[in-house]
Write a protein that binds this ligand. Structure first.
Ligand code: NAX
Length: 330
């Protein structure tokens, strides 16, 4: 058995963490032979609730769970960690503008970047889930200059999983028979869920999804807006935001980053190098492949006029968020 790795989940007393912690501790993320020590970070007023989570983790009697450390101190939480799931953030309250939320949350990610810089492993793989996830990841990376910027990513995997599920339902095939749907840009309503390179296995043969669906109007309109608005649809029905599916997506993202994505493309928010005419130095979601703990942007895809407009719109939003966030951090 390998020696344990330290994994931190922030917002550990919250609803996404409640599903995520079990997946990490039961071996679904780092594999069935990798023990983990879980560091649980939340704010001081939540320590009582966190105590309950610690009790439940113990009561799960999980063989791979080698230790649990609940704390409200970021430096203690991030000490020597290999994999931080940065989930904790302030939720959007009634009457709060997007800008107010951004300003509250980028401060959290500035502080956490500084703490990671000081005490985390230099090969740490950071996944930011808390919103605005892309810009929070950018700020976190900027305040952790001793850690390579490639090690900071934002979660758009939930959007990818939603898109894959929508296409599979339309085609009447199992979800795993659809692959290579892409989420471009921001994890927000400007994201571009792009089915143009997706493949579907029908009768054992892979075919392009656009040809199999053969309905341009559906693919450019209904499909795109269903995926963009899926989070709001879940809130309307559940009166709470997506948690089970968000935790599953966070697990998928980190597992693929650590263990490899195989022959599938996955979408991750990563620091843009300007690929596909996207704004450099923003955390932009691209199709990537992963192996040996590293991601690589899929190259050489054709960008249609429609896709260009969509990529530009989401890129513009990310540039604006970055400008506002850097202003807040001054
Ligand atoms: P909850 O409000 O249930 O939990 C958030 C937890 O974070 C709370 O326990 C809170 O005390 C804690 N927290 C606040 N400030 C903190 C800090 N400075 N350090 C550590 N912990 C802190 O929210 P939940 O539903 O779990 O969602 C968490 C975040 O995920 C939100 O920002 C949400 O918008 C975001 N999401 C991102 C998604 C994505 O695809 N990237 C999808 C799901 C989700 O909406």
């Amino acid at each position: 058995m390998a020696s344990p790795i330290k994994v931190v989940v922030t917002g550990a007393a919250g609803q996404i963490a409640y599903s995520l912690l079990y997946q990490i501790a039961s071996g679904s993320v780092f594999g069935p032979d990798q023990p983990v020590v879980l560091h649980l970070l939340d704010i001081a007023p939540m320590m009582g609730v966190l105590e309950g989570v610690v009790m439940e983790l113990a009561d799960c009697a999980l063989p791979l769970l080698a230790g649990v450390l609940p704390t409200a101190n970021p430096e203690e939480a991030f000490k020597d960690v290999a994999a931080p799931f940065l989930v904790g953030a302030m939720p959007r309250r009634k009457g709060m503008e997007r800008k107010d939320l951004l300003s509250a949350n980028v401060r959290i990610f500035k502080e956490q970047g500084q703490a990671l810089d000081k005490v985390a492993r230099k090969d740490v793989k950071v996944l930011v889930v808390g919103n605005p996830a892309n810009t929070n990841a950018l700020i976190c990376s900027k305040y952790a200059p001793s850690i390579p910027k490639e090690n900071f990513t934002a979660m758009t995997r939930l959007d990818q999983n939603r898109a894959q599920a929508q296409l599979a339902a339309k085609l009447g095939v199992p979800v795993q028979d659809v692959k290579n749907v892409i989420i471009w840009g921001n994890h927000s309503s400007t994201q571009f869920p792009d089915p143009s390179n997706a493949l579907v296995k029908i009768g054992g043969v892979e075919k392009p999804v656009p040809a199999a669906i053969n309905d341009d109007e559906f693919l450019k309109s209904t499909f795109v807006s269903t995926v963009q608005k899926r989070g709001a649809a879940v809130i309307a029905a559940r009166k709470m935001s997506s948690a089970l599916s968000a935790a599953k997506a966070a697990s998928d993202h980190m597992r693929d980053w650590f263990l490899g994505s195989g022959d599938r493309w996955v979408s991750m928010g990563v620091v843009s190098d300007g690929s596909y005419g996207t704004p450099r130095d923003t955390v932009f979601s691209f199709p990537v492949t992963t192996s040996n703990g590293k991601w690589k942007i899929v190259e050489g895809l054709t960008i249609s006029d429609f896709a260009r407009t969509m990529l530009d719109a989401t890129g513009k939003e990310l540039d604006e968020e970055k400008r506002d966030a850097l202003e807040v951090c001054k």
